[in-house]
Design a protein around this ligand. Sequence first.
Ligand code: ADP
Ligand code: ZN
Ligand code: ZN
Length: 737
Amino acid sequence: MNRYADILLPLAQPLYTFALSAEVQPALGSAVAVQFGARSVYTGIVWRLHDEPPVRGRVKSVLRVVYDRPILHPVQMRFWEWIADYYMCTLGEVMRMALPAEIKPHSANADEFVAYTPRCEKVLALDEAALDADVLSRMQRRAPKRYALVAALQQAGGVVLRREAKADAAVIRHLADEGIISVIEREIVPESVADTVALPTLSPAQSQTLEQIRSAFDERDTVLLHGVTSSGKTEIYMHLIAQTLAVGRDVLYLVPEISATSQLVERLRRAFGGRVIPCHSRLTPARRTGAYMRLLHSEGGNLVVGTRSAVFMPFEHLGLVVVDEEHDGGYKQSEPAPRYNGRDAAVMLAAMLGAKSLLGSATPSIESYANSLSGKYARITLDERYGGTLPPKIIISDTLRAVKRGERKYRFNKILLDKITERLSRGEQVMLFQNRLGYSSFVECSECGWTARCPHCNVSLAEHRSSHTLRCRYCGYSMPLPERCPACSGRVESMGFGTERVENDISELFPQASVLRLDGDTLVSDAACNRILSAFARHEADILVGTQIIAKGLDFDNVTLVGILNADNLLNTSDFRAGERAWQLIMQVAGRCGRRNTEGEVVVQTAEPSHPVFGWIADGRYDAMASALLAERQMFSYPPYTRLLRIIVRGASTDALAVTVGALGERLRNRFGSRVFGPVAPIIDKVRGEYLMEILLKIEVSASFARARSIVRDEIAEVRHLRESRNITIICDVDVQ
Ligand code: ADP
Ligand code: ZN
Ligand code: ZN
């Protein structure tokens, strides 16, 4: 018999050993209640069973097993271990992220510890007495209300939800007292599963692609589907999903953004009914828990749709993973640990469960493309838009030339303004894209050069004119917009421009047009977002101004013109992926227009029209772009030729920070030599009152990355012994985005 269990707790520490009594004999992966600290009770997970007593001290016993079955399958335990090892965090941090809060309750004292119980609902059911014809006819005469309820129950086959029964409490109580009906509490069951799956009919090009994917899966576990926007990738996924569900296996369908899920879930529900399980971070805790338990108790045949955290659902019969928009940086979690990439983790999970993975994108990431070149992935292309709509015409507009010729008003080049006029006069819609929030990026004194900066983060504050404030986009700090420069009383000017200003200016230029704006400021909730989008879809506005949010997954029939107002601030970032990202974003934004019958146009405003990105955009040749970018990545040792590990060191004291990061840098340089870059201060070197330093490691793919991580772990552990590192946080970020 196992007398001890090593229990995982949602704490930063490793496993803790507890004793097991004869009555409490949990299986691996079970949730158990354990006392930790003076009186607190935590939910832990049984990670290891053995009979070696711990060397030190008295061990406490496991109080009890919490659920009727383990909450992790063995494969999740291996998956969590892989996440913790690869993304360099603790299993406790994985547990915190992976399990919905209600599954792992924690309370300050043992009596208050309550495990998750499924939500129940009341149903009314007919009892035998209701079959008595005499009783019924008497009731019909004397108590018509009671009779009406009984008749309704009969019509509904004997059972009705309490909240759907049109009867008041007194009527129900009477009938229950007379033994004619019973009021039963039962677990809420998900809506019934649709037996007949309603799938879209595929076009010949789509069917051919589907066949290609299927035969590619005979030889490879992962397929990269490179299909232009509007080629109908979703429809192809749906066919593959149907085939997987039909053989009783589960599907995991990932999208990068929550805002894309609600439209998609609706579309999938129409085809797959109750098999669809939405799973993302904006679900209420109860719903997330319900989704988790439903999958845990199921025998397969579910379609889990969600954002990256859905990889932590308890899959056992996984047959297929679909990662849509696989290039999207949103798959990477940056805070808190585990700093995992949902796409890569999903592919790993699929491999552990013998499932296939399909990565889809109109603009595949350079990494996935490289994987297809090396033969690790199969790559299948689909160049045809569904319904044969033409790809939009992309016009690169030279901003400096427009300025020289006096052909620019506010932030718009004449060619864009002319095209807006033309499209509006035809009753068509326009989208304007600017990847900056607010009114201006910062304010500057025209006399002395003073700029407003955040006191907690080393960044300038953005101007939000509608609320007359200056705001920090890192910590939310805000202050009133000063009328005059606080340093010299000079005039304060708005520099740069954000979506709010675009909205302002365009309304001034086109007073007859109605304008909507969708960005981080207006996106206060899903409902607000949907309201704006559906208003635009119903053509209640002519122009939609927005940030990245409008670039993704949206589908408007009547949009025929897209303006990208400043492509340069997409390119001029310090990110080694800037070129790739700019290209992807512009192609995605472009994909939003002319999806139906009219040819779309995209006007890209830039001060640097000779940048190679615009050449690739104009001629639309993905391979040319990818090979140019790959050559550049190889030259500068970036992924996919290396793996990047960033170590972020932060603390409130600059002295302690300097000592700690200096010591770590030196140790790492001794081990890794020229693969170490830094320590350097990042561009934003102070956030929320803490100073930041970074060390970057580039480990060539031919070297053992596992070995490199283990060295880094050891060296960090050494540095932790320093007196100065006591209040310093050290974070590892693997596969930096
Ligand atoms: P993608 O994801 O490749 O950009 P979508 O799957 O969103 O493309 O399809 C683009 C549009 O074309 C959608 O409105 C979709 O409903 C429609 N569509 C694509 N394929 C089909 C099909 N086989 N039958 C009906 N409509 C389709
Ligand atoms: Zn001044
Ligand atoms: Zn700040």
